[in-house]
Design a binder for this molecule. Sequence first.
Ligand code: AMP
Length: 494
Amino acid sequence: MTKFSDLNLNPKVLKAIDEAGYESPTPIQAGAIPPALEGRDVLGIAQTGTGKTASFTLPLITMLARGRARARMPRSLVLCPTRELAAQVAENFDTYAKHVKLTKALLIGGVSFKEQDILIDKGVDVLIATPGRLLDHFERGKLILNDVKVMVVDEADRMLDMGFIPDIERIFGLTPFTRQTLFFSATMAPEIERITNTFLSNPERIEVARQATASETIEQGVVMFKGSRKDREGSEKRKVLRLIIDGEGEKCTNAIIFCNRKTDVDTVAKSLKKYGYDAAPIHGDLDQSQRTRTLEGFRNGELRFLVASDVAARGLDVPSVSHVFNFDVPSHAEDYVHRIGRTGRAGRDGKAMMICVPRDEKNFDAIEKLIQKEIPRLDNPLGTKAPEPADTNPDDKVEDKPKRTRRPRKAKDDAPHAEEVKADAPMQEVEAKETPKPEQEATAKASSSRGGRSSDRGGRGKGRNDDRGGNKVVGLGDHTPTFIQLSFDERRAS
Ligand code: AMP
């Protein structure tokens, strides 16, 4: 078996790996690190949970350990689809580069430009960014990409879902032709294939097993549920969720609860809280500091239930999540794989339970087809008999009210995400683009006519408003997570 010491990594990087407690490289690391260190382009087809972040971070640190960055000219670039993922890559970078003197900056939407500019002005070795925010800095003349030696694109398939491909193409064009590219995607959609054919030069292709086949440590189950009446379905479904959670008892130490719609993320979190569960929501409409706070709380065990949308939770690495509850059946089968992959990580056991209502059965079938496995049916904890009206908490009816203002049922059933696109503010473009649907294309086109950029542009507006200065750490506004704060403080002190 390959050992880390066989991979030609910098000894200081090996020391950090040892301190992180890793015994041997994962398949994506064993496959990607050697060609990356030889200066070759790499095309990694791997999902989150496979150790892919270290597979580009470790060689990047080794390669950058020599040399220094010049003002405004980063030496490497890591592009991530979401702010959370970018922050997570920054955290990985800190872990593995702790014995190497390198500087980094995190450019994400929703936070001040000013302090990000100060860092860039000083010169950074690694720039970790979401595409829109990076281009905003570039357009403001604050950033020169001519010295980028290595460019990493992480989660390219999610970039595609979110409408970032034009941005990525543009960024490729702004970096030197001679740069090295490390490109990662969970799947190879034709558009991703096209990009890699255009911008990668004779890449080493490493494909690791899809998580759908690798998730044997995750016990799965589904409750087939039908509301007693259409207008009670929401509150009854929330009751089913509570009963499932209760049924797991203390085995459920912490959990991510996924909903398809952002409004449901809020409703479910509010409802759980009302019933005494320690829950908080996370989705693209919440402001960045709140998102960061919630995530920090969940990661360090202060928060038990994180109620999330796909985009907000995608790629997040919380090593020990005991349960994933799918309040809704995801409308894209691959999202099921991503969602349940939040549990059962690093060989631990995990449990993933889902609620399926009759209108979701088609999507449910698609999931079973994708994972080539029948998901065991669990007993409906409400029993087969429809609950009496008295079973329904009167307060819950209030929560159902917003649903009455929604669009007619047919359209809603056909396109569960669509209704939120129109009503939502720019910040929501992040999630709106997550699952492009015909109904959303007009919105998408309107935004692309401004230059094709999208997701973290919403954050850009916010960032401008935030440009009021102060001495905060660049990257995460008023509520910088401790791990990032520390790393920047160390750099400042040195
Ligand atoms: P990723 O796929 O990058 O999200 O990584 C998933 C998790 O695996 C993270 O918690 C990493 O800290 C962990 N990890 C990465 N490489 C290794 C390794 N070689 N051995 C054990 N755990 C690892």
